[in-house]
Structures are given as C-alpha cells and as structure tokens.
Design a protein around this ligand. Structure first.
Ligand code: IFM
Length: 644
C-alpha cells in the first residue's frame, strides 16, 4: 500500500509493510529563505503537491542577482507502532508542521549525540586509527540500538539496520553486543532482553516440537520469534543450493542465559530478575536438562545432534545434516546455565519466585535433574588431552591449509570452497569461527576451570594456551565474530597477536573492499571489538557483588579511559600500564566493592580508589594451578567413541 497526499503545506507518503501491516508515514515541510533577508514567501514559495507517483513541493522564488536562497526541508516520520500517538499520519504531519527551525533541530541533535558520547565514549591514548575506528563502530552501533530503542519491541539484527543481508534476522550476535550495553546503557539491554522474554511462548513451542521441555530460542528469527532459518543457502561458487542445518545451533539458549546473568551481575536489578530474567534462565536450562540423554555405558549425559558456533560441521562425514555429539562449548555452557538456573531458584526462593515457579510448574525433581545433568554432561577430549570441539573431532582429516591458501587466497568460507570441489568441511578438523575457544571468551579461566571440575574432570588450566593454539591453527575466520573472540582469548598470553587480531576486527567493515558491508554492517563484531578494549584489556568482570578489574593493556595502548555504569554508579575508569584509577560520581548509589586481584576496596559515590599495577610477564594472568578441590566424581580425559 502506498498513499500520497498533502496536508496544507506538508507533503505526505504513507506505506504499509506487506505481511505485518505496519504503517509508516513520512511527512515533509519545506521552507524557503532568501539569505539577503528579503523574505522569499516561505509558505507560498513551497507548495505541497501530491499525485500520481510523487508527493513533494513545487518551489518558486524570485532572486536578485548574487542572492542566495536557503531551502530547508524537515521530515517527520511516524509508524503505527509508535507510542503516545493517535494515528501515524496525524503524528507525522504534526511533527513536520510544528518542528522548530533547522538551527534548533540541529542543536537538539548535537546535544543528543553529546550525551551519547558521554555515555559511550572511550578515551584512547596513542593510536589515532584505533580511536577513529572505535568511534565509527560506536556510531554504527548507535544507529541500530540507542535510547530510542528502549521503548520498542525489537531485537538485535546481525547486520544492524544497514542492509538486507540475512533479511534483518536476529541470531546469537547479541552475545557480543549486550556486555558493552550493560555497562553503558543498561536500560537498553533490559529492553532487548524483554524482546526475548516476550517470545518465550514461541520458544516453548519450538522445544516441544523437538520433544523437549522448556524453551529453545530460534537460531534465526524476525518479528514473532519463530525459527526462520532458510532451509537452503546458495553457494555462489558452485551455483548450487546447499541444505542449511544451522538451526541446530541450540547454543542460542546459552547466549540468552549468559546475557541475562551478566545483566543481573552488572545492574543488580532484582525487579528484572524476578519478573523476566529468572523465567528466561529457567526455561533455557530446562531445555538442556530435557534434551540430555544418559549414556548407560559412560554414566554421562550427552547432547547429541547439535551444531556449535563453528558452522562448518553440521554432522559427521557419513551423517551430514544430523549434527554432532557433545560439542564442548555447548555442554560446558549448558552445565554453567543449569547451575545459574539453580542459583536463581535458591536466591529468589518461595517468597520472590513462588508465583513464577507455580505458573511454570517447576517441581523439586527438576531441580535434582538440573544438578545431575549439569554435573554429568560429557566433556569431550582429544587424544592429546586437549578439549575436543566435539566427540570424534580428531578422527577427522587434517586440512592442508597452506595448499588451500595458495590456491584460493582468502579461505574464510572454506565450506563454500570445499562444496564447490565436491567435498565437505564435515570431513576436516577446520572451524569457521571460535567454537571451543568461546568458552574462554565467555568465562574467565578460573571460572571455566571451576565449571569443568564441577563436571567431574580433573582439568588442568595449564592446558589452556595449547588449546588456544590448537584451534587457532584450524580456524579460517569465516565469520567477523571470530577475530573478536580470538583476540580476547590471546589477550593474556600473546598481547601482540591479540592486538593484531583486534585491528583486523576493527577494520572488518571499514575496509569494505570485497566484503559484504554493502549489505549491512556486522553489529556483533563492531560492538565486540569495542567491548574487547573495555572489558578484556582491563580484565573487567562483574561477579557476585564485586566488580573485578585486572588490567593488562597491550603495549600499543598506553592509556584507556572509560565511563561505565555499574550498580547505579557512574564510574570513571582510567588505566595505564602503572595504575588503575576509578572515580565514582557523587550520587545516591550504595557503596560497591571493587577488586584488583585480591585487593578489595569499598567505593562510595563521590569517592575514588587507586591500585598500583605491576607489569607482568606475557604469560601472567593464566589461571593459577590450584590443587583439585573435593570432587564427587572424577574422570580422566574421556575418549568418546563416535557412532557411525
Ligand atoms: O551469528 C552469526 C554466525 O555466528 C556466523 N554467521 C553469521 C551469523 C550472523 O552474524
């Protein structure tokens, strides 16, 4: 539907989206002004016209020689989903008609951006290119997600609002976006989490279709949260349509649970946890608990037929499309999510949570099952003792990376290259993007170690650097998210390589040559690369009631300044290679605890704390080797035989 008309001096166009029937109205006012001051007739000079396929203004102005004329066009936009309006056309026309003159509109715009920069700015010493790239990323992020978004029922489209790629669909990319927003504009994260919460009924239906309980969020979705991953994708190299099984990426649930937990840790917003967060945690955990199957041979629980973030393996070579078994990232994070759901259940208890537990029919025996499954999920290991991406990963063939690089140059999308050769990535030890290493992207080494040990494995955190090298050598970085995650996991062991990967991540959409930026920016990588500077290089981590910082800036970054929101405090964080300074603005926030390693201090609003930092060797910051705590069931690195 498209309607064109004019309402007095305002020219209007109304359109309606085909399926969802959202009405969008654009109304324009045009003013003419002679710079000589002798007023061209503003109202009479621009006449609104509408008809046929156009709506606009006809302009007539008499100008003397050497005289300039200013044409000022102001547009009002309204949609049928806007709040506090009567009807979209009425709202758009009134906005355009009553808008102040350009100077005033510009001043309001500049002041809104100044406020955004106060909220989102990063003060980077040293490298002008990095500072510029960060600002470009933040501008793009704020085009898609801003304070305007907080009142809307919207999610995080993977390619922003910038292009048609992925049809505007929402994936798991918010996992790379929310941590930044939590510390800058937490009310926005809350609103984006509510977008997921409102779609729980659809996610429950999806879980049910798989014969499971709880909720399974869609891998790709749009307006109503139903699974919308297209069944096939076109390989432009071969011209063939190839089946797309990526909807087996049930780790989408992990992303949502993790974001709920982070939001709770950073904001301490109990109201959010009670009303929305707890239900998301419980329903996502419930799904994993019911999907898990007990293997009588090992006494362990398995998650079978899944895909990890690495989209190169949708099954074993002889069973393509059927998913793989026991993806380490999924199993460990599912265990983590089950533990968080149990923790929230205990925390809210019957007084705060009673209504919810009753409404969703949560029974004691489920809590027992969460505990059993959370502790009993299989963690696969390679024959060399390192974590395996999934069961049977090292039965796959090693790729000759050098040969493929020589032949094709950019081999990011090895899946497409191999398919065009009549081969498949399913046969090889290759990853499109961080998969196993996502564990170290999400969990600090100490927490990761504790989770795996709770699952009964005598895990040695000293194996982490070798694990990082193992998977980095087998990753093609076919997703822009990959470099962000890898720069993160290298930050403590190889700062130079971490910085290099960050620079590549920052360049992703800036050097659009040959890329897909013309079809939309990569929102996850954009926000994630800024978050890397903010949280990874400062070692910032909110856990319990403590804000931990453990900065280790790369040599290329002499100083970093941030302004963060944490538990109602506005914190100015200033860090260089010698000192960490944190000042809390005066205000009503209750004191919080800030920790630099073991040094914990209370910080009141209006006061500051300082910590001296000692330069450490490049390997510092690894999880300490602790003696194993009491573990009920202890298993050595499991060798998981692959079926079929
Ligand atoms: O969500 C990502 C996925 O991890 C890799 N392919 C692109 C998706 C959308 O950004």
């Amino acid at each position: 539907m498209c309607r064109l008309w004019h309402d007095g001096p305002v020219a209007c166009v109304a359109v309606e989206t085909v399926q969802s029937r959202v009405r969008v109205v654009v109304a324009a006012r045009t003013l003419l002004r002679s710079t000589a001051g002798a007023a061209a007739d503003a109202a009479g000079g621009a006449v609104a016209v509408a008809g046929g396929a156009t709506a606009g203004h006809e302009l007539a102005v008499d100008l003397g020689e050497g005289e300039d004329v200013v044409v000022e066009k102001t547009v009002g936009v309204a949609t049928s989903r806007d709040l506090a309006i009567s009807e979209a056309s009425v709202a758009a026309v009134r906005t355009a008609r009553d808008a102040p003159a350009f100077g005033e509109v510009l001043a309001a715009h500049a002041s809104a951006w100044a406020e955004l920069w106060r909220r989102f700015g990063l003060d980077l010493d040293g490298d002008a290119w990095t500072a510029l790239a960060v600002r470009v990323h933040l501008v793009q992020l704020l085009q898609a997600l801003s304070p305007h978004t907080t009142d809307l029922d919207v999610g995080v489209p993977a390619r922003g609002l910038h292009g048609e790629a992925y049809r505007g669909h929402v994936f798991w990319d918010e996992l790379f976006v929310f941590p930044l927003l939590d510390l800058r504009l937490p009310e926005l994260t809350r609103s984006l989490l509510l977008y997921r919460w409102r779609r729980l009924p659809e996610a429950r239906r999806r879980a049910l279709r798989l014969g499971a309980r709880g909720a399974l969020f869609p891998w790709q979705s749009g307006s109503d949260g139903r699974e919308e991953t297209p069944p096939e994708l076109l390989n432009p190299r071969s011209g063939r349509w190839v089946p797309d099984h990526s909807a087996r990426q049930y780790h989408i649930n992990v992303a949502i649970a993790y974001n709920v937990w982070q939001h709770w840790q950073v904001t301490g917003d109990l109201g959010f946890l009670v009303r929305h967060g707890a239900e998301l945690l419980v329903e996502t955990a419930r799904f994993f608990a019911s999907l898990a199957t007990l293997d009588p041979a090992t006494g362990c629980f398995d998650l079978r037929g899944v895909m990890g973030p690495d989209e190169f393996h949708d099954g074993y070579p002889d069973r393509p499309g059927e998913g793989v078994d026991n993806n380490a990232y999924l199993n460990v994070m599912a265990s983590w999510a089950l533990a968080r759901a149990g923790e929230v259940h205990r925390l809210l208890g019957p007084s705060l949570g009673g209504g919810l537990w009753e409404r969703i029919g949560l029974h004691e025996d489920e809590l027992v099952r969460w505990e059993q499954v959370g502790r009993g999920l299989t963690v696969p290991f390679l024959r060399n003792g390192l974590l395996a991406q999934f069961a049977g990963y090292d039965d796959l063939v090693e790729l000759d990376w050098a040969a493929y690089r020589r032949r094709y140059g950019d081999i990011g999308r090895l899946d497409l290259i191999l398919e065009a050769e009549g081969d498949s990535t399913n046969r090889y030890q290759v990853s499109k993007q961080a998969d196993t290493l996502m564990l170290l992207f999400l969990l600090p080494a100490e927490e990761f170690t504790a989770v795996v040990r709770r699952m009964g494995y005598a895990f040695d955190p000293g194996s982490i650097p070798a694990t990082v090298e193992h998977y980095l050598a087998r990753t093609s970085h076919g997703s822009t998210l990959s470099r962000v995650a890898h720069a993160w996991v290298l930050a403590r062991t190889d700062r130079t390589r971490s910085w290099r990967l960050l620079q590549q991540a920052l360049a992703g959409d800036l050097d659009a040559h040959g890329g897909t930026t013309s079809r939309g920016i990569h929102l996850g990588a954009m926000a994630g690369s800024v978050d890397l500077l903010e949280r990874c290089y400062t070692g910032l981590h909110a856990a319990g009631d403590v804000l931990h910082l453990n900065p280790l800036l790369p040599d290329e970054l002499p100083r970093l300044g941030l302004v963060l929101r944490y538990r109602n405090h506005v914190l100015t964080v200033d860090v260089d290679h010698d000192e960490l300074r944190i000042r809390s603005a005066a205000g009503p926030a209750a004191p919080v605890t800030i920790a630099f390693r073991d040094d914990r201090r209370r910080l009141q609003a209006g006061r500051s704390v300082r910590f001296g930092l000692r330069r450490r060797p490049a390997t510092a910051g690894r999880a300490p080797k602790e003696p194993l705590g009491p573990i009920g069931r202890r298993r050595g690195p499991a060798t998981v035989a692959r079926d079929g």
